[in-house]
Design a binder for this molecule. Structure first.
Ligand SMILES: NC(=O)c1ccc[n+]([C@@H]2O[C@H](COP(=O)([O-])OP(=O)(O)OC[C@H]3O[C@@H](n4cnc5c(N)ncnc54)[C@H](O)[C@@H]3O)[C@@H](O)[C@H]2O)c1
Length: 245
């Protein structure tokens, strides 16, 4: 017999950018208790990474394509209103302002910030009356970038923190909560496995290790769950002490 806890998530769950890394970890945790799990990502075909999630549906969507997002959410909502959303889709840009081209900067800002705006906008008609949406910022929103992401990446993620606050204010009258997680360096393809990079990032933490994708996913589940029901507009810093404050 399974026992429900205050931290369990039920209802219809959507993960945008869920084919790898942190989004995939959230999908695995959600799959234990959610009614449905729907994953959106860039890959045209259902990716191999989702083989261990046979019950999760997959749709190909780019967060820059607002019409495609609207179509996907309308299809998902045919099974009922959308209750829990995690927007993980994002890219890093490990370049200084001196190095970065205008087109690279624009792409990073568009995917990380405009992608979150597009997702929120397309979701609006389909959210349930107690929906919880979690966006993804970064420790770089506070530090202004650093080793993995540069200034433009930091700016894109600082934008997500502001967007979270504004969306929380706008959607509270509907009963919808909006929060974000701000991960520190997390062991995913985004960080890679270059030992020199991993050592340098690890030495910047107080806990002496990088985050696992599950460390961040646990925070997302908390923000989604009944245990987090009094949280909105907040940024949950999960960074092993790599930035305090
Ligand atoms: N890994 C870290 O150290 C770290 C730290 C702080 C914040 N983050 C943030 O966490 C989020 C997840 O990153 P991750 O580490 O799991 O990396 P990841 O590369 O494993 O996952 C990102 C996912 O987003 C998808 N994606 C990228 N562009 C997209 C687009 N235009 N439309 C739809 N999907 C798109 C990718 O296909 C991929 O599946 C990102 O927003 C990232 O900026 C990561």
């Amino acid at each position: 017999m399974t026992r429900q806890t205050q931290f369990d998530v039920d209802g219809n769950v959507v993960i945008v950018g869920g084919a790898s890394g942190i989004g995939l970890a959230v999908a695995h945790l959600a799959a234990h208790t959610a009614k449905t799990v729907s994953i959106l990502d860039l890959h045209e075909e259902r990716p191999e990474s989702l083989a261990s999630l046979p019950d999760a549906s997959y749709s190909s969507a780019d967060v820059l394509d607002d019409r495609r997002l609207a179509d996907c959410f309308a299809t998902i909502a045919e099974r009922g209103p959308i209750d829990r959303v995690f927007v993980s889709a994002g890219i890093t840009l490990p370049k200084t302002i001196a190095e970065v081209s205008a087109s690279d900067a624009q792409r990073c800002l568009m995917i990380n910030l405009m992608g979150s705006i597009n997702t929120l906008s397309a979701l609006l008609p389909h959210l349930s009356s107690d929906a919880s949406v979690v966006l993804t910022a970064s420790v770089a929103a506070h530090t202004g970038g650093g080793f993995v992401g540069g200034s433009v990446y930091g700016a894109s993620k600082a934008g997500v923190v502001g967007l979270t606050r504004g969306a929380a204010r706008e959607l509270a009258p509907r009963g919808v909560r909006v929060n974000c997680v701000a991960p520190g360096a997390t062991y995913t393809g985004m960080v890679g496995d270059d030992p020199a990079v991993v050592d340098r990032l690890t030495s910047g933490t107080l806990l002496g290790r990088l985050a696992s994708p599950d460390d961040i996913a646990n925070g997302v589940l908390y923000l989604w769950s009944p245990a987090g029901s009094y949280l909105t507009g907040t940024t949950l810093n999960i960074n092993g002490g790599s930035h305090l404050g």
